[in-house]
Design a binder for this molecule. Structure first.
Ligand code: ADP
Length: 897
């Protein structure tokens, strides 16, 4: 057997070298632009075969040997998706291409408002679910090596862990070499895809060869084989409907959500039309893969000893029959299945890890200027490479820790169940606009928690991560929280149990939370884009096209896309916009295209953040809208303040205008006043001058004439003096500080004095009878008695002067009330015409006969005095003659004893 093992190692190495060459030449051909044959629908279909891992290659036979036809569910699920849900896949592919989606995590993140938190969640879920699966592949290769090593020196068995390590390292190197050659998702991994297409052919050929061998080599043709199957235990096997439906659903879900499936199905898809071919060719491939599973299982059960592992029948049956060449081919089939899975899974996961975990952390750590410093492209590539090595090593560690004991199928189902938790969110996201980020987060959290509790943790073994008590008594001692009998429902198959609870509860959480939560504007936008992908070909319009700097965008894009690609892209866009030069305008359209281009390399959320850093165009979140609303409110507030100000200004302007008008009026009045004064002064001055000249030249003039002229001069001088006194008095009353001489005195006494003074001043002119009632006048006043007397004199003098009655009479009535004292001076003359009643209180206002009158200052002075004394003087209409009312306030008047 040693020779055999050495041959195997040699063949294996040669095969690996062959795969490297295939990948290398495919890559070179792609670089030279010869991609047509690289990208035929057949290559696409074959690349989908990574669904059939070593788990399917070896495990299906093992599964058939244990549970009959149940293994078929693993093929039925994807077949149903490819045939029955072709339109759904097309939508997914269209979304993936137009939105430049790089992974299943990116899909969920982009759909729900480019949320990195969700991307991180899906990434973690994917890593946890995929790690055991990678371990499974390593284990299957090791196991198959062991089969060849059996019968060899027993010590060699221990070396098999090295096999796993060597394998892991080789896979990591291959993946790093061909999986991270470039960054842009648009330039897909031609080398890798070509290699896995070749591997797809190898594994199918191997399985068909072993199948043909058992049917025609071991048995005697199909009819003999069928008879054998009927006779075996498998012939009596009963299908469990629930488990069948559950496993079919599970494999369908996994087919859509497994990161590696998403990678080949959506990310690596070159042409939507390829799906048409794949929709029939891939089910055919699966059918061929499953064709000989039962015959191999039946033959294995027949030929192999009781304790033989059915998972290795594909190898052990040809070996036991001495068909060593076939066994080596079969080994290569299993090896192909394992390696292609690990390579694509590592690429898919590393994209997720570097885009959603490493890059955001790096961007945050290096701050906002990160896009300008250092070569982002190299950082991203390094992050991918480190992630690939990390993921493969993680699988290896899991393999070492778990010891590789459990049956292959159950590990696969645990992984499937885990990744299936993304299904409600992903499918809901592309078909239901109402789905929100909060809802997605809730759904994923519930799904992840239930999967960990009911499937993943128990799968490691009872008592390893979960204590035995939890299985029998439940979490926290609660009977309803048992991993295999949640909510007390027992007796269901554990896979089905985990699947039902996790998927249904996470869907409920997702839908329920979506219904009650409020999506941000960007989520709404993305939701509309995803759900109505066929209407929207433009992509998300989330950029405002702010003060972006095309040059800065160029610098950043060069670092990510590489100088040539970035320059070509910018030039193309500039041409399209019709702009001369190399830099297009940072229009929303261009930013969108650029963002998508970048998201192919660094993921949607990161690309959005990076473009956002440069353009300053933040993503439109509710907070942003609130801020905008706040600003609007502030502006409205400000404008209303402005309005108030302008109203104030209008008011002020009006006041100014009023004041100005008043000033103008006053100025006119002042002019009139001055001309009036000069007129009033000139009259006596003229007569004084004239008579004094006459006197000067008075030679031979009669003495009597001299005396007459001198007395005229004297009278005029007195008039002038009085006029000046009055003017001075008025001026002081109007403008100056008037010192009031407050004293107590009887009203009657004041009137007596005024009467006497008026009589003295009237030069014995017209006589007038003054009627008074002494009884009423016994009021003690507390006021400026001299000024009050001045008023009374004026009124009595006026009556003397102007009362034109034949027998002039003046009645002075006195009334006292609560408000003070009221005096009425009523004569029996003609009185004053209604239109002049207000006028007489103005300066120089004279209405009656000029000869009798003075300068027209008397009543004006009276009004000023009365105001100073806190009272009022007014004309009293409706009396027999001229009537004046004088009011004195109570404060300055005191009632008689
Ligand atoms: P004057 O110094 O000319 O007396 P007043 O201000 O005292 O000026 O009076 C203004 C005008 O009011 C007088 O010219 C006169 O025409 C009119 N007037 C005042 N008192 C009376 C009155 N008792 N009867 C008629 N007219 C009067």
């Amino acid at each position: 057997m040693t020779a055999m093992l050495n041959t195997l190692v040699a063949v294996c190495l040669a095969y690996v070298v062959f795969l490297f060459l295939v990948a290398f030449f495919a890559e070179r051909a792609a670089q030279r632009g010869r991609t047509r044959w690289l990208r035929s629908p057949i290559v696409y279909t074959l690349s989908l075969s990574i669904y059939c891992t070593a788990w399917t290659f070896y495990g299906a036979v093992g599964n058939a040997a244990r549970s009959g036809l149940e293994y078929l569910t693993i093929y039925i699920g994807p077949t149903l998706v490819m045939v029955g849900w072709w339109w759904g896949l097309r939508k997914l592919v269209r979304i993936g291409r137009t939105q430049r989606i790089t992974s299943i995590a990116d899909l969920v993140s982009a759909r729900f408002g480019k949320s990195n938190l969700l991307a991180v969640g899906v990434t973690i879920l994917a890593v946890i679910a995929t790690t055991p699966y990678i371990a499974l592949q390593l284990q299957s290769v090791t196991l198959s090596f062991e089969v060849f090593a059996q019968g060899d020196m027993p010590a060699r068995t221990g070396d098999q862990t090295h096999t796993a390590l060597w394998l892991a390292m080789g896979l990591a190197i291959f993946t790093v070499l061909f999986g991270t050659r470039n960054l842009d998702a648009n330039e897909r991994h031609h080398g890798v895809v070509m290699a896995i297409a070749v591997e797809a052919v190898v594994k199918l050929t191997a399985l068909l060869a072993v199948g043909a061998f058992v049917v025609w080599g071991v048995s005697d043709g199909p009819s003999a084989m069928l008879a054998k199957i009927d006779a075996s235990d498998l012939g009596h096997w009963q299908a469990d409907g629930g488990r069948w439906a559950g496993l079919t659903l599970l494999s369908a879900a996994a087919f859509l959500t497994l990161p590696r499936m998403f990678q080949v199905l959506v990310v690596e898809n070159e042409n939507e039309g390829h799906l048409r071919t794949a929709s029939w060719a891939f089910p055919l491939y699966l059918m061929l893969m499953s064709l000989f599973v039962v015959p191999i299982a039946v033959t294995g059960l027949e030929l192999m000893p009781e304790d033989a592992n059915p998972d290795t029948f594909v190898l052990t049956v040809p070996l036991s029959e001495g068909a060593n060449g076939l066994a080596i081919l079969s080994f290569l089939g299993g090896f192909s299945s394992a390696t292609s899975m690990v390579i694509v899974a590592a690429i898919a996961l590393s994209t997720m890890v570097s885009n959603h975990i490493v890059m955001p952390i790096w961007l945050r750590a290096t701050g906002a200027g990160a896009s300008f410093f250092g070569d982002v492209r190299n950082i991203v590539l390094l992050a991918r490479r480190v992630s690939i090595v990390g993921i493969v090593l993680l699988g290896y560690l899991y393999y070492r820790v778990s010891g590789g004991g459990a049956a292959l199928t159950s590990i696969g189902l645990v992984s499937f169940t885990g990744i299936a938790q993304v299904l409600p969110v992903a499918v809901g996201g592309i078909f239901w606009r109402g789905a929100t980020r909060t809802g997605a987060f809730a759904g994923l959290t519930v799904g992840l928690a239930l999967w960990l509790f009911t499937s993943f943790l128990p799968s490691v073994g009872t008592g390893v991560l979960l204590s035995e008590r939890i299985f029998t008594e439940g979490l926290f001692g609660l009977g309803i929280l048992r991993p295999h009998a949640l909510f007390g429902i027992e007796g269901i198959d554990s896979t089905l149990h985990a699947l039902l609870w996790s998927l249904s509860l996470s869907t409920i959480a997702f839908v329920g939370t979506s219904l009650v939560s409020f999506p941000s504007p960007l989520e709404r936008l993305q939701g509309a884009q995803f759900v109505n992908i066929y209407q929207h070909t433009g992509g998300p319009r989330s950029w405002s096209g702010g003060p972006a700097q095309s040059e800065d965008l160029m610098i950043m894009s060069q670092r990510i896309l590489g100088a040539t690609e970035a320059q070509a892209l910018f030039l193309r866009e500039a041409r399209r916009q019709g702009v001369s030069g190399h830099l297009p305008d940072p229009s929303p359209d261009f930013l969108e295209i650029l963002e998508k281009e970048l998201s192919g390399s660094v993921g949607a959320a990161t690309a959005h953040a990076m473009v956002g850093q440069i353009t300053g165009g933040m993503q439109v979140s509710v907070e942003d809208l609130m801020a905008v609303a706040d600003e609007t409110a502030q502006m409205m507030e400000y404008s209303s303040q402005l309005e108030t100000k302008s109203q104030e200004l209008t008011r002020t302007a009006r006041q100014l205008r009023d004041a100005n008008e008043k000033l103008t009026r006053l100025s006119v009045q002042k002019d009139a006043f001055l001309s009036q004064i000069s007129h009033e002064l000139r009259t006596p001055m003229t007569s004084i001058r004239a008579f004094s000249e006459i006197l000067r030249d008075s030679e031979g003039m009669l003495e009597s004439d001299k005396i007459r002229y001198a007395s005229v001069i004297h009278d005029e001088a007195i008039r002038l003096t009085r006029l000046l006194d009055d003017l001075l008095d008025l001026s002081v009353l109007e403008n100056g500080q008037v010192n009031l001489n407050i004293r107590q005195g009887r009203l009657g006494d004041v009137l007596d004095r005024a009467e006497a003074a008026a009589a003295a001043a009237s030069d014995g002119g017209a006589r007038i009878v003054i009627k008074r009632r002494a009884k009423d006048e016994s009021i003690v006043l507390n006021t400026d008695l001299d000024r009050l007397t001045q008023v009374f004199i004026n009124l009595i003098a006026n009556a003397r002067k102007y009362c034109d009655a034949a027998a002039p009479e003046l009645e002075i009535r006195v009334r006292s009330n609560l408000g003070g004292v009221v005096l009425e001076f009523v004569d029996n003359g003609t009185g004053i015409a209604a239109e002049s009643q207000d006028l007489i209180f103005e300066k120089f206002a004279r209405v009656s006969d000029q000869k009798a009158g003075g300068a027209g200052l008397g009543l004006a002075i009276c009004r000023q005095i009365m105001r100073r004394l806190g009272g009022e003087i007014s004309y009293l209409p409706g009396q027999s003659g001229a009537a004046f009312r004088v009011e004195l306030p109570a404060e300055l008047a005191m009632a008689a004893q």
